[in-house]
Design a protein around this ligand. Structure first.
Ligand code: AMP
Ligand code: ZN
Length: 486
């Protein structure tokens, strides 16, 4: 709110209460949406790693103009329609290791929303229009514009808007409650029949879950105005208390240097990318690689590089967990591991500087790999180096290799959802690769053992990657090489 860097402290004890605006479930989520959701996931994970007890709530907007329109177009009712896309959202979030927040649904909280409107009317902060809709009177909230830093001094008292999104630069009384139009979902409430406006949903559900004042409110930068401005206006004018203490907005993502749009052909859902053969871990890694407040340019090249980065980290971990090391500890490695943990924390504490945190782990990998090659990594260095990787992965969540399994799920979905024609050769190979017979696997394992014996780790890693892509987990222990299917 202050547009300055401030130290973060929770309002109450060790608990962080945080709310993120979730998806409007009218379609599959695109990578812009997931850029924001991943940014909030990182924030959540980092607050938790920092020792806070985080209560993290996200709304599902399951009634709005677009939903009503698209459901009608598809000839299904609103519940069937939104259930399908909410399920997709939950699955897609899991696909890129987003930890599930507590989800709250607009349609399950209608009575408190109507009640909220009634209280605003009582205080003359809202009024009823002739058609039975209710509007918030922004002239009653002189601080209107304080989040977006817009000056609305000359704003028109009484000018109204009833769509969920509107002109970015003008202030209008916004719809709190919309009277039903023929064929639209509506609820009979003491204030009359209708449905809630989008802004009202978030105010009511966030305060209901987290209290009238809470710590953090998050979303993409497009929500600053009017959505969050309106949430502040209606909440603070009713309660007389500050609404959210900190605001977190992820900058909009570009694709190949352009604004993502269907007409430019650069519009991708998460599933589109997996259909093209990209691994979920590459997508997550790429989305985390630019700090949330910076413009991120999403490119195919970037995805390929992200895949290499993830593979490098996974191979490093495998090397640590499967190698044999001389007894003892090397002070250089001990220091390196400890300093890396510090550097990552300092980077993330600085407004979530993910790029710098990734830089720190790669510097560790580079130095430790050089030490490996010189036989300078000792047995007691393994645990601290693994501990640094673990700290990293508590936030970035890319080390466990379950890509093949997840890609197979998308393959199966595409086959049943009429998207067969979009399945790339790459995805098909990955999805069908787990048809490797036991003999095929044993053969590769033998090759791997030979390569390792000759200290040809590159060849060994490549074989392991092939097996991983086929859904085979390889574990190298002191007693030999074991494998199992996922
Ligand atoms: P929606 O489902 O449209 O309500 O959007 C869900 C979330 O995605 C909101 O927080 C939006 O701000 C965010 N969002 C939408 N497009 C982009 C984009 N291109 N880049 C980053 N975030 C986005
Ligand atoms: Zn919201």
């Amino acid at each position: 709110m202050s547009s300055r860097i401030e130290e973060f402290h929770p309002l109450s004890g060790n608990e962080v209460r945080m709310y993120a605006c979730g998806p409007t479930v009218y379609d599959y989520g695109h990578i812009g949406n997931f850029r924001t959701f991943v940014a909030v996931d990182l924030l959540y994970r980092f607050l938790r790693q920092s020792g806070y007890n985080v209560r993290y709530v996200m709304n599902i907007t399951d009634v709005d103009d677009k939903i009503i329109r698209n459901a009608a177009r598809g000839g299904v009712n609103v519940q069937q329609f939104t259930a399908k896309y909410e399920k997709a959202f939950v699955e897609d979030s899991a696909l890129i290791n987003i930890e599930p927040p507590k989800l709250v649904h607009a349609t399950e909280n209608i009575p408190p929303m109507a009640e909220f409107v009634a209280r605003l009317v009582e205080k003359d902060l809202a009024y009823r229009a002739d058609d039975g809709s209710y509007y918030f009177r922004i002239a009653k909230f002189p601080e209107y514009g304080k989040l977006s830093k817009k000056d609305f001094k000359g704003m028109l008292d009484g000018a109204r808007v009833d769509v969920d999104e509107y002109d970015k630069d003008s202030a209008r009384d916004f719809a709190l409650w919309k009277a039903p139009k023929p064929g639209e979902a509506s609820w009979d409430m003491p204030i009359g029949p209708g449905r809630p406006g989008w802004h009202l949903e978030c105010s009511v559900m966030s305060m209901q879950e987290l209290g009238e004042s809470f710590d953090l409110h998050a979303g993409g930068e497009d929500l600053i105005f009017p959505h969050h401005e309106n949430e502040i206006a209606q909440s603070e004018s009713l309660t007389g208390k500050p609404f959210a203490h900190f605001w977190f907005h992820a900058r909009f993502l570009l694709v190949e240097g352009e604004k993502m749009s269907k007409s430019l052909g650069n519009f991708f859902t998460l599933r589109d990318l997996v259909l093209k053969g990209h691994k979920p871990s590459s997508i997550r890694y790429l989305l985390t690689s630019v700090p949330y407040r910076n413009q991120m340019n999403f490119t195919t090249d970037g995805l390929k590089q992200a895949a290499v980065s993830v593979e490098r980290l996974r191979n490093f971990r495998l090397r640590l967990s499967s190698g044999t090391f001389p007894e003892g500890a090397s002070p250089a490695m001990q220091t390196l591991a400890a300093e890396t943990i510090d550097r990552m924390r300092v980077a993330l504490e600085d407004d979530l500087n993910t790029a710098q945190a990734q830089g720190a782990i790669f510097e560790m990998v580079r130095q430790a790999n050089a030490a490996f090659d010189a036989d300078e990594v000792k047995k007691d260095d393994v645990a601290p180096l693994l501990a640094a990787l673990k700290k990293f992965d508590e936030i970035f969540a890319v080390l466990d290799d379950d890509d093949a399994l997840k890609m197979k799920r998308i393959f199966d979905w595409a086959s049943t959802a009429g998207r067969d024609k979009d399945i790339s050769e790459g995805l098909r190979e990955t999805a069908q690769a787990d048809q490797l017979s036991d003999e095929d696997i044993e053969k590769k394992i033998t090759e791997m053992k030979t390569a390792r014996h000759a200290r040809d780790f590159k060849a060994s890693d490549a074989l392991r990657a092939d097996l991983a892509a086929a859904g085979v987990i390889v574990e190298i222990t002191k007693d030999g090489v074991r494998w199992r299917r996922k």
